[in-house]
Write a protein that binds this ligand. Structure first.
Ligand code: ADP
Length: 643
């Protein structure tokens, strides 16, 4: 099958405009690249319907022409010479037509399902990939404000609900239309006044359906929201199962899951109540319509047409009418299903649309050029930054020469991580600029920037896969030798060798469990393999035991010698030998110098140093009071080495 998913460029066109309006229609026009399958399905639907209408016509004709001899056996499109002249012969013709129609109907039904299903599956696939890609391109801040379960439910439940509608809904709509038009045309041809009676319920049904959609729409939206809530709760609990157990919080959590389930149940019941009233309502209306057709037609066949109607109605034509009027019921009930599915799909569609129509806050400028690192000099120029209005960095100004190793220290929450997350543009500053060799990081391509800035976080994420795959992540073409070299530098080689399958051991979720320090070393190896021009180590060795850290330090010194390196650390021994140390306090750089110079200054850094060397007695009172106020002091939180 030809692929109809155009490889999407990494640029992020703003589609919010085109996504206004009906989400289903947008979906069809934007993602319906596999429309030819829908066309095949549509043709088969109409054809199948046309053949499905033949039997009632032939039965009526057979009754009139063969049993009652009221009309001649005239088949449309069939020349008379092909029609036999005995009644039994005609009966065989009727049977043959019925069988033929059934056979064609069966084939058409297969083709119909095939066409619509392939179409819907393709839309589903493309929509999911596209929604994921867009989500992935959104800035980190977006994810901080979202719950994982909610996003999952958009990518799964909502996309699937749309698929269901595209598969069944569109074909059913066409089926209903073909049936109603086909039957309408035949009935009007047979007996126009009686046809008018039979078609009478249609406007009533339309009005009733409109009322239904008005009532059900908000309910389906709230169901989709409750699914998101429930998913988030479940996802959160499965991830946090260790805490739940160790805190004996099972009962509490069961209660919370029950509450979220209750909310979902209540939302569902509200919709169900309306839905279960709608379907019997449809039945009642069309049932009354059918009864009226039967009454008027019956009286007419008996020679007493009501309402001043004139002319004759043959019993055969009446049989055809009755069968068609019955068949009319089905599409109308199915129409109810379609409308119901449509309303669900619309609710799902608007949520998917919510993702698709977002433009990421951090993205390549149209004229972005690749970053060119010459020296690796980094400047922060009057940088201010706030998380959702909460100021974190204020007027941060500093310049670092290329190749320098810079230690960044300060109390917890001072903004150290945030500061360095601005470098690879995980966030953008609200004011001021971050520059690498004079180039504003917002003017260069994200790809080149992130290629040049290696960021190792304190809690690195490992994917489910082998050790090798995890180290190679981001440098996908790396060979085994390079991977091993990087692992040796990060002091990871030895423990990896001792894993059951060495570099091929499965780790991450469902894999061998690694300690925090081991995970950190793999993350370090991953970044060393990438060989970035600028290195950011955000508490990257905090969980590694001091002995191993010392070994890493010697390797790092060599690795960092000719590249600009930022090291955030609580343990001051980690940054002691840095060329320069920045002390961050409350979002500002308050001290800046070498270890010795900062001790000389006798400020915050000197006090941290006293804490860590156990010289608590000589700490100034003001420092302790401030530390107490913060309830969090660097160095006093004696972090445990877990490997
Ligand atoms: P540090 O690395 O010095 O401990 P951070 O940069 O992690 O400090 O955090 C600085 C402040 O910003 C803290 O008050 C923290 O609560 C807040 N913060 C950090 N990350 C986020 C986030 N994603 N959303 C909102 N606030 C955040």
């Amino acid at each position: 099958m030809p692929s109809d998913h155009e490889p999407s460029s990494h640029a992020f066109p703003d589609r919010s405009e085109s996504w206004s309006g009906n989400p289903i229609w947008r979906l069809y026009t934007t993602y319906g690249a596999g429309r030819r399958y829908a066309v095949v399905g549509a043709v088969a639907t109409v054809l199948g319907r046309a053949f499905g209408l033949i039997p009632a016509f032939v039965i009526g004709l057979t009754v009139d022409a063969i049993f009652l001899a009221e009309r001649s056996y005239a088949l449309p499109f069939v020349p008379d010479r092909l029609v036999p002249d005995t009644d039994v012969g005609l009966l065989y013709v009727s049977i043959a037509i019925l069988l033929g129609a059934a056979a064609v109907g069966a084939v058409a039904s297969w083709v119909e399902d095939w066409g619509w299903s392939v179409f819907a599956q393709r839309v589903q696939r493309n929509l999911r990939v596209d929604a994921y890609e867009r989500l992935q391109d959104l800035e980190l801040a977006y994810f901080t404000g979202q719950r994982t379960g909610d996003l999952m439910s958009v990518l799964n439940n909502d996309v699937n609900a749309l698929e269901t509608f595209l598969r069944d809904g569109l074909s059913a709509t066409l089926w209903v239309l073909a049936t109603v038009v086909g039957i309408g045309v035949i009935l009007v041809g047979l007996n126009a006044p009686l046809a008018a009676v039979t078609l009478l319920p249609i406007p009533v049904l339309a009005a009733f359906t409109l009322l239904f959609t008005r009532l059900i729409e908000p309910r389906y939206l709230s169901i989709r929201e409750e699914i998101g809530d429930l998913n988030s709760r479940l996802e959160n609990n499965v991830s946090g199962i260790e805490v739940i157990k160790s805190e004996s919080a099972e009962e509490f959590e069961t209660e919370r899951v029950a509450e979220a389930s209750d909310a979902y149940l209540v939302a569902n019941l509200a919709a169900i109540k309306i839905r279960i009233t709608y379907f019997p309502g449809l039945n009642v209306i069309s049932g009354i319509g059918f009864a009226i057709t039967f009454l008027v037609g019956g009286l007419w066949v008996l020679g007493q047409p009501p309402f001043g109607l004139t002319g004759t109605l043959t019993p055969g034509a009446f049989v055809t009418f009755v069968i068609y009027a019955q068949q009319f019921l089905w599409p109308i009930i199915r129409l109810g299903d379609v409308v119901d599915d449509y309303e669900r799909a619309k609710a799902a569609g608007s949520r998917v649309q919510g993702v698709l129509s977002r433009t990421p806050a951090v993205l390549d400028r149209p004229d972005a050029r690749p970053l060119e690192v010459t020296e690796g000099a980094v400047t922060y120029d009057a940088v201010r930054f706030a998380y959702a209005g909460e100021p974190v960095l204020t007027d941060v100004d500093f310049a670092v020469d290329g190749g320098t190793t810079v230690g960044v220290v300060g109390p917890t929450g001072a903004g150290k991580s945030t500061l360095l997350k601005l470098l690879p543009r995980l966030y953008d500053p609200d004011e001021g600029a971050v520059r690498i060799d004079g180039q504003d990081v917002r003017d260069v391509t994200l790809r080149s920037l992130r290629r040049s800035v290696g960021y190792v976080s304190q809690e690195p994420f490992l994917f489910f896969g082998t050790v090798k795959e995890n180290i190679r992540y981001g440098t996908f073409g790396a060979g085994d030798d390079a991977i091993e070299r990087a692992a040796r530098r990060a002091q990871a080689h030895e423990f990896v060798e001792n894993l059951p399958d060495g570099y091929d051991t499965m780790i991450g979720e469902r894999g061998v469990k690694l300690s925090g320090g081991q995970r950190q070393r793999l993350a370090l190896a991953r970044t060393m393999l990438k060989d970035p021009a600028i290195l950011v180590l955000d508490e990257a060795t905090s969980a590694v035991d001091t002995e191993t850290e010392a070994l890493i330090q010697t390797q790092l010194a060599e690795f960092a010698a000719d590249r600009t390196t930022f090291v955030i650390a609580h343990r001051l021994s980690t940054v002691r030998t840095a060329d320069r140390i920045l002390v961050l306090d409350d979002g500002r750089v308050t001290e800046d110098g070498t270890h010795e110079a900062l001790l000389e200054t006798d400020g915050l850094y000197a006090n941290f140093w006293r804490v860590q060397t156990g010289d608590i007695a000589s700490l100034p009172r003001a420092f302790l009071e401030r530390a107490l106020r913060r309830q969090a002091v660097v160095g006093i939180d004696d972090r445990t080495d877990d490997d």
